[in-house]
Ligand binder design. Structure first.
Ligand SMILES: [Zn+2]
Ligand SMILES: [Zn+2]
Length: 286
């Protein structure tokens, strides 16, 4: 098989099948799904990014701060630039693809969830590209710091990267509720009947939506903050690709929640501060 320099990598058959089904069910989301496919493939082969992470010592980090807050992450700038360019092409941003420094800055802005740093003729498209471009790095960074989440963590946002959860799992026979980050794959446990976004615990203000006949998946909703979170039963922890693919496969649930006046929060759960640096080229080593 021929691999081009920019790397058109293949996904496994199950992921390909699930993406094809998502395309069928939601014909308007082809370009988004192409970006998702590229992120899944790149993450499976992320060694060339040469990711190293230096986190702040625990004692200097606030108890409410995610593990990556204040971290410095070193990467191979060339690998980041190639991936950003590939995504920009897929998103139809030809002629607007960023240079190497901009590519790394884009990924840094996306990791910090700071859209205001991303400006372009079509900022909305470039922001989506940046968010997807950050995924392989976030998954790898979370893995490399071997993040073990403190059982004392009780925030609704991800204890590693500060994002709001992508979905909730009701896991195993015990049906314990685990929140899952679609950015870095982290899982953290949260009790039932507690809104991940505003902390509401009054069951009068919490509920769920489910289409008629659907017995497994649902959407948790909160009438205090109007937030919603998709939820599903799982046998055990979904792999990161499973979180991403399940999210992509359930767009109809997002539409149903949005139609009823619920939304995902506009602001990130935590204003993460992460600095991305590039490894110095071996050429410069003396
Ligand atoms: Zn995360
Ligand atoms: Zn709420």
């Amino acid at each position: 098989m021929f691999w081009s320099g920019t790397g058109t990598r293949r996904l496994n058959a199950e992921a390909e099948q699930r993406l094809a089904l998502a395309r069928q069910n939601s014909p308007g989301s082809e370009s988004w799904l192409a970006l998702v496919a590229a992120a899944l493939a790149e993450t499976a082969d992320v060694g060339r990014w040469r990711v190293t992470v230096h986190t702040l010592p625990e004692a200097t980090r606030s108890a409410r701060a995610p593990l990556l807050h204040g971290a410095e992450i070193a990467v191979d700038g060339g690998a980041v630039r190639r991936f950003v360019h590939r995504l920009a092409d897929l998103a139809g941003l030809n002629g607007e693809t960023p240079d190497p420094v901009e590519a790394v800055a884009l990924v840094e802005a996306a990791i910090c969830q700071d859209d205001s740093r991303i400006t372009a003729a079509d900022p909305a498209k470039l922001r989506v590209v940046a968010q997807v471009a950050a995924l392989p790095l976030l998954v790898t960074a979370a893995q490399s710091i071997g993040a073990t989440v403190s059982t004392a963590w009780c925030e609704g946002y991800c204890p590693v990267c500060g994002a709001w959860p992508t979905l909730a799992e009701f896991r195993g026979l015990e049906r314990k509720r685990w929140l899952r980050c679609g950015r870095c794959a982290t899982a953290w446990e949260m009790p039932w009947l507690r809104c991940a976004f505003c902390g509401e615990t009054d069951h009068e203000h919490l509920g769920y939506l489910a289409p008629e006949g659907e017995t497994s998946r649902k959407v948790e909703v909160c009438d205090t903050c109007k937030g919603y979170l998709k939820a599903e039963p799982t046998v055990s922890a979904l792999p990161w690709s499973g979180v991403v693919l399940d999210d992509a496969a359930t767009v109809a649930f997002d539409v149903a929640a949005l139609d009823r006046g619920y939304h995902r929060p506009d602001r990130p759960g935590f204003d993460l501060d992460v600095h991305i640096v590039t490894h110095r080229s071996a050429f410069w080593k003396i």
